[in-house]
Design a protein around this ligand. Structure first.
Ligand SMILES: Cc1cc2nc3c(=O)[nH]c(=O)nc-3n(C[C@H](O)[C@H](O)[C@H](O)COP(=O)(O)O)c2cc1C
Length: 169
C-alpha cells in the first residue's frame, strides 16, 4: 500500500457494501470497528498486530476489526451462523474495496484477547479478524523478504472443493 489516506466517504462505500450482506434470520451479527491512520484510534488497532503484519500495515490507510454477536438480541439464543454471516459481511466489504481500486487484506495475525479489552468488545461478541485497507503502492515500499510473497496465488481446484452428494476425501 502507498501510505496515502482514504477519505471517510470512500470507506463508507465499503461499509455500505458490508451492511447489505445477508445473515440467518436477518440477525446481522457482524460489527466493524475501525481507525484511520494518523488518528488517536490508530495506535490502539496497530499495536494489536503481530510484527510481521505491522511491517506492511504501516502503509495502510485504515485498520478494521470484525466482530460478531454470538447470541440473538431478542431472545438470547445462540446464533449458529454468526461467524458465517460476519464472513459474508467481510467478503462484501473486500469485494467492494477491490471494485473501488483499493487493497483490502484480511488478517488473523493479531492479539485477539487484547483486542477485546483495548477496544471494549462485550462478552457476547466474538472477535473474528482484522483487515487493512489502503491504496495500492509500489512493490518497493515493502521490505525485500515481504516483496517475495507478493506473487499470484493459486486456489484449490473445484474437484477438491465441490462434491455432488456426500463428502469424499
Ligand atoms: C481471515 C484471514 C486472515 C488472514 N491473516 C493474514 C495475516 O495475519 N497476515 C497476512 O499477511 N495475510 C493474512 N491473510 C491473507 C491471506 O493469507 C491471503 O493472502 C489473502 O486471502 C489473499 O490471497 P490472494 O492474494 O490469493 O487473493 C488473511 C486472510 C484472511 C481471509
Amino acid at each position: 500500500m502507498s501510505g496515502e489516506p482514504i477519505s471517510q466517504a470512500e470507506l463508507d462505500v465499503l461499509f455500505e457494501a458490508a451492511r447489505w450482506a445477508p445473515s440467518a434470520g436477518n440477525s446481522y451479527p457482524g460489527r466493524i470497528l475501525y481507525a484511520h491512520r494518523n488518528t488517536e484510534h490508530w495506535p490502539l488497532f496497530f499495536d494489536l498486530l503481530v510484527e510481521r503484519n505491522q511491517i506492511w500495515c504501516r502503509n495502510a490507510a485504515a485498520l478494521l476489526v470484525f466482530i460478531s454477536r454470538t447470541t440473538n438480541e431478542q431472545n438470547g439464543r445462540p446464533l449458529k451462523t454468526h461467524s458465517y454471516d460476519t464472513g459474508a459481511l467481510w467478503e462484501n466489504l473486500a469485494l467492494q474495496g477491490t471494485l473501488s481500486g483499493l487493497v483490502v487484506h484480511g488478517m488473523a495475525g493479531f492479539d485477539y484477547a487484547r483486542a477485546r479489552t483495548t477496544l471494549n468488545i462485550p462478552d457476547d461478541f466474538q472477535v473474528e479478524a482484522m483487515a487493512a485497507v489502503g491504496r495500492p503502492g509500489p512493490l518497493t515500499s515493502l521490505p525485500e523478504d515481504v516483496q517475495a510473497r507478493e506473487s499470484p496465488n493459486t486456489r484449490r481446484p473445484i474437484s477438491e472443493l465441490v462434491f455432488e452428494g456426500p463428502y469424499r476425501s
